[in-house]
Design a protein around this ligand. Structure first.
Ligand code: NAP
Length: 238
C-alpha cells in the first residue's frame, strides 16, 4: 500500500515464471516478504535461486490453483511461512492460454482448465485464505482485456476469454464479500507482456508490467474495489 513503509506479507500464485516471477522479484526488492506458490517447486529453478538470494524473505510452496485440495494444503502451511502474520497482498496471477482454438472444435477440457485456473481457482483460494488475510489487505486478480465482453470484436481464444470473464465476475463478488473488512479486490490487465504466454512479440517487458501493476495496487482506494483496471490504472469495460 502506498505510504505504508513496513514490509508487507504477500502471496503470489504461478510464481515460477513470467509475470509471477517478476512480481516476486519486485516485491522482494522493495523489502516485502513473499510466499511464492507454484505447481512444482522442485523444478522452479529461477524462484529457488531468488529464494537463496533473499534468505527468510521468500518461501516457495506448492499450489495448483485449479485444485481446491491444494488450496486447503496451502492454508495449513501458510502460518508457518508467515510466522502467523496475516497476508497484506494476495496476487492471483496463475494463468493458462490454449492457443489455436477454432469454432467447431473447442474442447470441453480446455474450457474446464481455463475455468478452473482463472475463476474457480482464485475465487475458492481467496475464500479459503480469507481468515488469513489482514483487514484492509489487497487481492489482485490478474485478468486480461481478452476477458472483457465490452471489448470483444472477434472470435479468439474462447476458453481463455470465457475463463477470464468468469474471473472478472469472481472479482466483483469477492469485492462485495470482503468489503466489510476493508479488503480491496480488483481485476488487473497486465498489458501485453513478453512471457511464455505473451510471446517475445509483446509490447511490454515483465519488469514494466509488474512495476505498473504494483503501483496500481499501491494506489488503490476503497472506491476502486471491484474495478477492472489495466497496468496503468485505466478502467476497462467489463
Ligand atoms: N503475457 C501477457 O501478455 C498477458 C496478457 C494478459 C493477461 N495475462 C495474465 O497474466 C498472468 C501471468 O501470465 P504470464 O504471461 O506470466 O504467463 P506464463 O509465462 O505462461 O506463466 C503462467 C504461470 O501460471 C502458472 N500456472 C498455470 N496454471 C496453473 C495452476 N493450475 N496452478 C498454479 N500455477 C499455474 C504457470 O505454472 P507452470 O510453469 O507450472 O505451468 C506459470 O507460472 C496470467 O493470469 C495471464 O492470463 C498475461
Amino acid at each position: 500500500m502506498e505510504g505504508k513503509t513496513e514490509a508487507q506479507r504477500c502471496l503470489v500464485t504461478g510464481a515460477n515464471r513470467g509475470l509471477g516471477l517478476e512480481l516476486c522479484r519486485q516485491l522482494l526488492a522493495r523489502g516485502d516478504r513473499v510466499v511464492a506458490a507454484c505447481r512444482q517447486p522442485g523444478k522452479a529453478t529461477a524462484l529457488n535461486t531468488l529464494a537463496g538470494e533473499h534468505p527468510g524473505r521468500l518461501h516457495v510452496t506448492p499450489l495448483d490453483v485449479a485444485e481446491p485440495k491444494s488450496h486447503a494444503a496451502l492454508a495449513r502451511e501458510l502460518p508457518l511461512l508467515t510466522e502467523g502474520e496475516p497476508l497484506d497482498l494476495l496476487v492471483n496471477n496463475a494463468g493458462v492460454l490454449r492457443g489455436g482454438e477454432r469454432y467447431g472444435s473447442v474442447q470441453a477440457a480446455d474450457l474446464e482448465t481455463s475455468f478452473r485456473t482463472h475463476a474457480l481457482g482464485p475465487f475458492l483460494l481467496v475464500q479459503t485464505l480469507t481468515p488469513q488475510l489482514a483487514d484492509n489487505a489487497r487481492v489482485a486478480n490478474i485478468s486480461s482485456e481478452i476477458g472483457s465482453i465490452g471489448l470483444r470484436q472477434e472470435f479468439r481464444t474462447p476458453s481463455y476469454a470465457i475463463g477470464k470473464a468468469a474471473q472478472n465476475m469472481a472479482t466483483s463478488l469477492l469485492a462485495q464479500a470482503l468489503a466489510p473488512r476493508g479488503i480491496l479486490v480488483v481485476a488487473l490487465h497486465p498489458g501485453w507482456v513478453r512471457t511464455d504466454m505473451g510471446t517475445d512479440r509483446a509490447a511490454l517487458s515483465p519488469q514494466e508490467s509488474a512495476r505498473g501493476l504494483l503501483q496500481v495496487i499501491g494506489g488503490l482506494q476503497a472506491r476502486d474495489s471491484g474495478a477492472f483496471l489495466d497496468w496503468q490504472g485505466q478502467t476497462l469495460p467489463w
